[in-house]
Design a protein around this ligand. Structure first.
Ligand SMILES: [Zn+2]
Length: 174
């Protein structure tokens, strides 16, 4: 029997079973309501996402991460899955502040000496300084983010690939 005929017979059988089920009389102590499985799945996903965002917002720590990550979302996850492990590592390092820029590297005891920005020599080399403020990187930021001095909110909404290309071009995480 051809695959097409089997599929048609399968659909016909499913249809006749669905009609049969719809004609059944419901019984039992509980109340019954016909809710499609897709609606249940959609409601569950929505609830999980809402609870996740609530937990993210209410967690008192994660100051640095909250500067550059609005909340976990499916679009970002899909975007990151398509990138190499090294690229994902760099993006996560930038968005969470757990990277080898001088300020954090010094806090971790990885770098000795000062934590002044290697590009401008004026301010501490923090993630925020590099992504938003460093005057020596204004032109490069303009190329990738459309503005020389983006706000943390703009970086938060920025495309991950733009963020990756920008930091690669600075050479600061090499
Ligand atoms: Zn600087």
């Amino acid at each position: 029997m051809g695959a097409r005929i089997q599929r048609i017979l399968g659909i016909e059988k499913a249809n006749s079973l669905a009609i049969l089920a719809a004609l059944q009389t419901l019984f039992g102590p509980e109340l019954f309501a016909a809710v499609p499985a897709t609606a249940v799945k959609r409601e569950l996903n929505s609830w999980v996402q809402k609870e996740h965002r609530k937990k993210w917002s209410c967690t008192p720590a994660l100051r640095q991460s909250k500067l550059f990550i609005r909340w976990p979302d499916k679009k970002t996850i899909t975007e990151l899955i398509g990138l190499s492990r090294n690229s994902v590592r760099r993006i996560v390092a930038l968005r969470t502040g757990h990277n080898l820029l001088r300020r954090h590297a010094k806090l971790m005891g990885i770098v000795k000496g000062n934590d002044i920005c290697r590009k401008c020599g004026e301010e501490q080399e923090t993630t925020e300084h590099i992504l938003c403020e460093c005057p020596a990187l204004a032109s490069l930021r303009h190329t990738f983010f459309g503005t020389g001095f983006p706000t943390t909110e703009e970086i938060m909404s920025s495309n991950n690939k733009a963020l990756l290309f920008f930091i690669n071009k600075t050479g600061l995480l090499d």
